[in-house]
Design a binder for this molecule. Structure first.
Ligand SMILES: Cc1cc2nc3c(=O)[nH]c(=O)nc-3n(C[C@H](O)[C@H](O)[C@H](O)COP(=O)(O)OP(=O)(O)OC[C@H]3O[C@@H](n4cnc5c(N)ncnc54)[C@H](O)[C@@H]3O)c2cc1C
Length: 414
């Protein structure tokens, strides 16, 4: 008798899901492969949604992880606008919202995260938006008219990008941040540079305060801040964080703690169910962590796919994130600790500089602003475990510091 073909189900239609199906076929998995996503389109990328796509400079088709032909050629059954309503680990079956049941041999949860809406009066008024999906970006773009007053709440990566995009589109932009500076987690040098960039481009940056109420008759018209200021606005974009979509996992009895808990092989507490991307909380030196960044989603999606097929080494990847502001690229490699002293090479005013954090001679983190060679060097150093002599960094990195505008190395204490 011929053994039935195994069924691998992938729940989610983001980057982690897209990379997982790609890797499974790449590794020769020839069972049935079903991808279920509640979105109306194929697996796609989100970073352009706050950048080129939001500006109207990128077609929707360019967001796709893979074109439609890929899924047809590799026999991936993609079911769009299909929501998984329940997972039953005991009989290895998932149930869709229309009641259909799908048995699986392995299931990958790649359900991502969802934006947090501020819990303040008026947060549900039309014109108060969050940004996660193509539809969110389309709705926001419609309101980014030249001269429109836009309030962006939260100046992390997403809020800073939206503020920059809105400004580039000719809006009057107010960027409101509860912390001391935009992009604060990247350390005070980069954060101060980011604040200067926003101000130089005409964004009104307000820090150490937040919105306490939105007001309007049938549509947002103003935001009241904690410092007593009232800002008239026709659009609010709330970028105050995201939470992992753990409801399905919780209902299925999986272990959940601000994310679905997984081991180094992306396996959850139910052996046939794995999780990857924004939703997964995975082992990390000193405990566990969750990452809400592009590079992690793609690497973990691939890793989970490998683990669906057999034993794998524990997932390990240098944390990497990038962001774009007014044509500048900011890249971070490693874990940046805002309280640790930083070595800074180059003058932030020149728009090209690099901040490094070391523990003795070990490079822990690098944030490079418009300095690609520096980031490449940092990756080599970190991946090879090279021990640096902090006193000789100037001589040891001549290729890295070759940018003409880079000045001498200085030590900066946060
Ligand atoms: C606007 C924006 C800009 C970004 N820019 C950057 C950047 O510049 N750099 C960077 O490093 N990172 C960036 N990120 C973060 C990065 O895009 C995410 O980390 C990444 O998309 C996570 O991928 P994922 O596959 O884990 O989750 P997601 O992309 O969120 O995908 C999850 C999918 O699961 C679907 N789903 C959820 N529940 C169900 C269900 N019950 N049934 C079926 N389907 C379901 C969702 O609809 C979605 O399709 C950005 C994120 C956003 C939102």
């Amino acid at each position: 008798m011929v053994a039935p073909r195994p069924v691998f189900a992938i729940a989610g239609g983001g980057l982690a899901a897209g990379r997982a199906v790609e890797r499974l076929r790449e590794l020769g998995f020839d069972g049935r492969l079903v991808l279920l996503t509640d979105e109306p389109r194929l697996p796609h990328e989100r970073p352009p949604l706050s950048k080129q796509y939001l500006r109207g400079k990128l077609a929707e088709s360019r967001l796709l992880v893979r074109p439609a032909a890929f899924y047809a050629d590799y026999a991936v059954e993609v079911r769009t606008s299909t929501r998984v309503a329940a997972v039953s680990p005991s009989d290895r079956t998932l149930t869709l919202t229309d009641g259909e049941r799908l048995p699986y041999d392995r299931l990958l949860l790649a359900l991502g995260s969802e934006p947090v809406r501020p819990a303040i009066p008026g947060a549900d008024l039309p014109g108060v938006a969050t940004l996660r999906t193509v539809e969110d970006a389309d709705g926001i773009r419609e309101r980014l008219r030249p001269g429109a007053s836009v309030l962006v709440l939260g100046a992390g990566f997403l809020g800073s990008e939206v503020a920059a995009t809105a400004r580039e589109m000719g809006c009057e932009v107010h960027l409101v941040e509860a912390g001391d500076l935009p992009l604060g987690p990247l350390g005070s040098v980069v954060a101060a540079w980011a604040a200067d960039q926003h101000r130089a481009h005409g964004v009104h940056v307000r820090t150490a305060t937040t919105a306490i109420r939105f007001e309007g008759a049938g549509q947002v018209e103003a935001a009241l801040l904690g410092d007593g200021t009232t800002i008239p606005c026709q659009l609010v974009v709330a970028a105050v964080g995201a939470r992992p979509r753990v409801q399905l996992a919780q209902m299925a009895g999986l272990q959940v703690r601000d994310g679905v808990l997984v081991d180094g092989a992306c396996r959850t507490s139910a052996p046939e169910i794995l999780a990857a991307g924004d939703i997964a909380r995975f082992p990390s030196p000193g405990g566990t962590k969750r990452s809400e960044h592009w590079d992690n989603a793609q690497l973990q999606g691939r890793h989970a796919a490998e683990a669906m097929l057999g034993p794998v080494p524990d997932f390990s990847a240098l944390p990497y994130v990038w962001t774009e502001l007014y044509g500048s690229t900011v890249q971070q490699l490693g874990e940046w600790t805002p309280t640790r002293p930083a070595l800074v090479r180059g003058d932030p005013a020149s728009g090209r500089f690099t901040a490094l954090q070391l523990d003795g001679g070990r490079l822990l983190a690098c944030v490079a602003v418009n300095q690609y060679p520096a980031l490449k060097w940092a990756r080599q150093v970190m991946e090879s475990g090279t021990i640096l002599d902090p006193d000789k960094l100037e001589e040891e990195g001549p290729r890295v510091w070759s940018e003409p505008s880079a000045g001498p190395m200085t030590i900066h204490l946060d």
